[in-house]
Design a protein around this ligand. Structure first.
Ligand SMILES: Cc1cc2nc3c(=O)[nH]c(=O)nc-3n(C[C@H](O)[C@H](O)[C@H](O)COP(=O)(O)O)c2cc1C
Length: 236
């Protein structure tokens, strides 16, 4: 059944007025219902405040594995580093005069019917997600309030910490819980690692390349997100 996604309501709920021309691709329904036949898109959102560092590297590995699943799969990495996502807007706190808000443009991308899967990557900060990641999750309240615009998109999570047992699993589970609340179809890293998502270790020199197991979880996560996204789009 087609969902009644109101573009105007979405933009209002996102908390920022956006010029009409800038939102030509506004979502009208969820990916499973209206994705055009042919290509699907998997978007990776990197929630590290440090651009191009270990979380971004892990996300790239994950997305490359997603792309390798099928020529139908397109991928895009979005780094939140440098973007402004005021979390308080989700709770009705207005923007300060002149305060920047990059969330509406991001939300337009995430809500697009072409996006069949979303991978969230975050560094581990004190055993949990980064504040940037939490702000993103809180702002996604707008999807819940507007007919669950992320419904049936496939969701996966990876976390990069500096320590073994530094909180990667707890962090991953925290983000997965938020994706469940969006009626997303959440998956973990696929076999043979097959646990709750990507769990990687920064070697202390801002590299994950020596973390064989962790990079395998990132790859298996990307593959699993793409495989399930294709299944959702074209049920057998
Ligand atoms: C404020 C802060 C808190 C951190 N807390 C943890 C932690 O609890 N567990 C852990 O394993 N690593 C922790 N780290 C290390 C980062 O998770 C790690 O360096 C990660 O690779 C950073 O990701 P990035 O390279 O994408 O910025 C912390 C780093 C910072 C800056």
């Amino acid at each position: 059944m087609k969902k009644n996604w109101s573009r105007r309501g979405f933009l209002e709920a996102a908390g920022t007025v956006v010029a009409a021309g800038a939102v030509a691709g506004a979502s009208t329904a969820n990916a499973a219902e209206e994705a055009p036949r042919g290509k699907i898109k998997i978007v990776g959102v990197c929630c590290s405040p440090r651009k191009g560092k270990t979380t971004a590297a892990a996300m790239q590995i994950c997305l490359d594995a997603a792309k390798a699943v099928s020529p139908e799969v397109e991928v895009e990495l979005i780094e939140l580093a440098g973007l402004k996502i005021p979390g308080g807007v989700a709770a009705g706190v207005p923007l300060e005069p002149g305060e920047k808000d990059d969330f509406p443009a991001l939300a337009e991308k995430l809500g697009s019917p072409a996006v069949a899967g979303i991978v969230v990557g975050t560094p581990v900060y004190f055993g949990n997600m980064s504040s940037l990641c939490k702000a993103l999750i809180d702002r996604c309240m707008t999807f819940r309030k507007n007919n669950f615009g992320l419904s049936n998109k496939v969701g996966g999570v990876l976390a990069v910490g500096a320590a073994r047992n530094g909180g990667q699993e707890l962090t991953t589970q925290s983000v997965l819980a938020a994706l469940l609340c969006q009626e997303m179809i959440v998956v973990g890293d696929g076999k043979p690692t097959a646990h709750i998502g990507g769990t990687l270790i920064n070697d202390g020199k801002d590299s994950i390349s020596g973390d064989e197991f962790g990079t395998a979880t990132a790859k298996n996560l990307g593959r699993r997100v793409a495989e399930v996204a294709l299944l959702v789009k074209r049920p057998k």
